[in-house]
Design a protein around this ligand. Structure first.
Ligand code: G4P
Length: 537
């Protein structure tokens, strides 16, 4: 197959949601359609749950929270679909943000009872920042939830994006009868069914069709009214608006009952964008360029406690990745090759010989790769848009076993390279400060340092609440600013200076008092000061 055909075949996306909205259920149902898993009746049983790809880490099993981000690929209707799973828990938001850098589009799941929740708003901000196309799936229609029109208003307002329904529910909860597909003009009737994937579908060319009354009774008239209203209120749907990230199409259904999932999947396949060009520090890289390039967006460490291997997840951006072929590791300026790269078809790891733009592959790594690293077929450039976000909680890492402090240093270095948290060092007392976006990460860090590195530690709370990277027009100005603030200055892993603020107010005051210093809220220094992404919401 030609490279352009391979690219066109692929759709790489993430499913995101506030915890419990139904992301896992929807993912499993999509896998079911694609034959990725077979045990339809047992989708929610422990059996599938235990073998779910995202069940990578011991800690995850212990806590039952999807800590790790995994990839699941399957074929459907001639397309190769790569779903990147994201941890729903808010303490792992940074992991999710980074995963969003590796996808071409997103499906956002919203619970119709709870509406738009806090975590959903934050995730949407990241999508908007990158103009990622978003489809919204309103889930749990088998429950009494908010009225659909009310939900549409809420989605538009809270997610700050124009919305356009492409399907419309006929009642909800106990009275839920089905969904009318506004895009395809057909009606799917609801029959609670956790096991079957087929639904009754009726093609309705014309809503005045009397068969509608026969099936829906008095609800037929209500549906006609709703559809008339929708077509009057909302602009006609245009794929370009969705692909440019300015309009989010909305679907309704019930993932648990396999309802509305096929409509979602089929429309997704029609409208979702194939792998797109990506910005690098030198130029725009098009997927159909002959030469391979890609970047690392995630690292899993110590999957097997007996080996110290790590697995780096690479998103292929252009050309063809080949097994055993030497590629340039741009940051280290050296060639690297991979003898057992693998993909994740049908929930299994398979060693592959080649991979194409849109694919996400796993690479065994002995510590050479970091999040954000670019690999190319010789050219020296670095992909942009894989920033670290300013953490919000800070603790000092203190060794409680001096004999193991070397292991502790190694452990915290490796864990932070993996993206579990960010590490800053302070010159005074060589203090190590760990910054995260959630408390839970500290538990993960302590647990893993102890179990994987045999290093016991204490994490002592610090009264910093904000951090930002700082730059100035001249080194002298920067020196002058940092000189008397030793306690509030640290350095990130690349020795970039970071300012720690005790409160939002203090930070603002410092920013105002020092106009010649620029404060950045992501490591890429692209976000405007004063609009901290991680603090929003
Ligand atoms: P998450 O990954 O977004 O956190 O959500 P997940 O899919 O785990 O779903 C959260 C809960 O919501 C689960 O119930 C799941 O069964 C339920 N759920 C998902 N989709 C629907 C739906 O369409 N209708 C209804 N009524 N419920 C739905 P649980 O009790 O937490 O887990 P389980 O015991 O069912 O596994």
């Amino acid at each position: 197959m030609k490279l352009s055909q391979e690219i066109n075949k692929r759709r790489t996306f993430a499913i995101i949601s506030h915890p419990d909205a139904g992301k896992t259920t929807l993912t499993e149902k999509l896998l079911l359609f694609g034959g990725g898993i077979r045990e339809a009746g047992a989708v929610k049983s422990n059996k599938i749950r235990k073998t779910a790809v995202s069940d990578f880490m011991e800690i995850e099993k212990q806590r039952g929270i999807s800590v790790a981000t995994a990839v699941m690929s399957f074929e459907y209707d001639g397309r190769l679909i790569n779903i990147l799973d994201t941890p729903g828990h808010k303490d792992f938001a940074e992991d999710t943000y980074r995963t969003l850098t590796a996808v071409d589009s997103v499906i956002l799941v919203v619970d119709c009872v709870k509406g738009v929740e806090e975590q959903t708003e934050k995730l949407m901000q990241v999508c908007r920042m990158r103009n990622t196309p978003v489809i919204i799936f309103v889930n749990k229609l088998d429950r009494e939830g908010k009225r659909p029109l009310e939900l549409m208003d809420e989605l538009a307002l809270k997610l700050d994006i124009a919305v356009r329904p492409l399907s419309w529910p006929i009642n909800m909860g106990q009275q839920f009868k089905g969904v009318y597909n506004l895009h395809e003009k057909n009606l799917s009737l609801f029959r609670p069914a956790k096991t079957q994937i087929e639904q009754d579908r009726l093609l309705i060319e014309d809503l005045t069709d009397p068969r509608l009354d026969g099936m829906l009774g008095s609800d037929a008239a209500a549906l006609r009214e709703d559809v008339e209203l929708i077509e009057g209120v909302f602009e006609p749907f245009r794929v370009e608006d969705y692909r440019s990230g300015s309009v989010a199409p909305v679907f309704f259904g019930s993932a648990l009952n396999n309802f509305g999932v096929r409509e979602l999947l089929e429309t997704f396949l029609q409208i979702a964008p194939p792998p797109a060009s990506r910005a690098s520090d030198k130029r725009e890289i098009a997927p159909d360029e002959d030469r391979f390039s890609g970047f690392i967006f995630k690292i899993h460490a110590n999957l097997d406690p007996r080996h110290r291997d790590r697995i780096a997840f690479l998103r292929v951006c252009s050309g063809t990745f080949r097994r055993d072929k030497p590629f340039l590791h741009v940051r280290q300026r050296k060639n690297v090759r991979f003898s057992t790269p693998y993909n994740f078809m049908a929930q299994r790891k398979n060693v592959i010989d080649e991979a194409f733009p849109g694919d996400v592959i796993g690479l065994y790594d002995r510590g050479d790769l970091k999040i954000g690293d670019t690999l190319t077929e010789g050219e020296s450039f670095t992909f942009q848009g894989i920033p670290a976000f300013a953490p919000e909680i800070f603790k000092e890492l203190v060794s409680t076993d001096p004999l193991r402090s070397k292991q502790l240093d190694k452990g915290i270095r490796e864990l932070t390279e993996e993206g579990v948290a960010q590490l800053f060092t302070q010159e005074v007392g060589n203090r190590k400060i760990v910054g995260t976006v959630g408390e839970l990460q500290f538990d993960v860090i302590r647990y893993r340092l102890e179990h994987e590195y045999g290093a016991a530690c204490r994490l002592e709370p610090l009264d910093f609440s904000r951090a930002c990277w700082i730059t100035a027009a001249t080194p002298a100005l920067l020196r002058e600013f940092t000189r008397f603030r030793e306690r509030q200055i640290g350095y990130d892993r690349d020795r970039n200076p970071v300012y720690f603020g005790e409160s939002e107010w203090m930070l603002r005051a410092t920013m105002q008092a020092h106009p010649h210093i620029t404060f950045h809220f992501t490591s890429e220094f692209t976000t405007q000061a004063g609009q901290p992404l991680a603090a929003a919401g």
